[in-house]
Design a protein around this ligand. Structure first.
Ligand SMILES: [Zn+2]
Length: 214
């Protein structure tokens, strides 16, 4: 039996938005939701939670209310929402209705920061945010999977995996020793570059349950 998990990054365009948030993110995502519904295929959205956290401060009515409503809509329709971290949002700024992206793109860049902007703090804040948004519509929700922004998990993968494990996250969809195009979910030990870390044995965890959710 082969299990497929269709997973999408759910995020604004890196580098800025030249159109509206609706055109850039919400409408394309709605089309995926509608198509997945027509096909009765559950999908996973790896959502850019640091964007959501920053926009709660910057512009609730202009972005984050719609953003969080879309995540809740996805969960209500039976899809999964999991953790995606683009850390540049931590340093990004907002003014005049527009955000300006900063240039520290990797979790590794934050390894020496003081909490809550260190790797552990970023991961835990991301999980807390997802719990806060999704549990009102799905009380059984748990964040259990992670995808690094740009799939960049090295060279701090050991520290990142410890932080993920502390939050109960069991699947990584970022580190890659295979194809940059075809993504597969991996239990932490399955990637050659991460074998030395290996927090769990492969036999402990099934990648997918039979309903297609992780
Ligand atoms: Zn992304």
């Amino acid at each position: 039996m082969i299990y497929l998990n269709l997973a999408f990054d759910h995020e604004l365009s890196l580098g800025g938005v030249t159109s509206s948030y609706e055109q850039n993110l919400f409408d394309p995502t709605r089309q995926i939701l509608d198509l997945a519904g027509d096909l009765s295929v559950p999908v996973t959205f790896f959502t850019d939670v640091l964007c959501g956290i920053r926009f709660r401060e910057w512009d609730s009515s202009g972005f984050s209310d719609s953003y969080e409503a879309q995540l809740q809509d996805a969960a209500r329709r039976g899809h999964d929402v999991q953790l995606h971290l683009h850390p540049h949002w931590i340093d990004s700024t907002f003014g005049g209705g527009r955000f300006v992206p900063a240039d520290r793109y990797a979790l590794h860049d934050f390894r020496a920061e003081a909490p809550p902007n260190d790797i552990d703090g970023i991961v835990s804040r991301g999980v807390e945010f997802l719990d806060d948004v999704i549990r009102p519509v799905d009380a059984s929700y748990r964040c259990r999977a992670f995808r690094a922004g740009g799939l960049v998990i090295e060279p701090s993968q050991e520290e990142i995996f410890v932080a993920l494990r502390r939050q109960g996250i069991r699947f990584d969809s970022s580190s890659r020793s295979w194809s940059p195009i075809l993504m597969s979910f991996k239990i932490f030990e399955s990637c050659g570059c991460c074998k030395s870390i290996n927090p769990w044995s492969r036999s402990e965890i099934k990648v997918c349950s039979c309903d297609g959710r992780m």
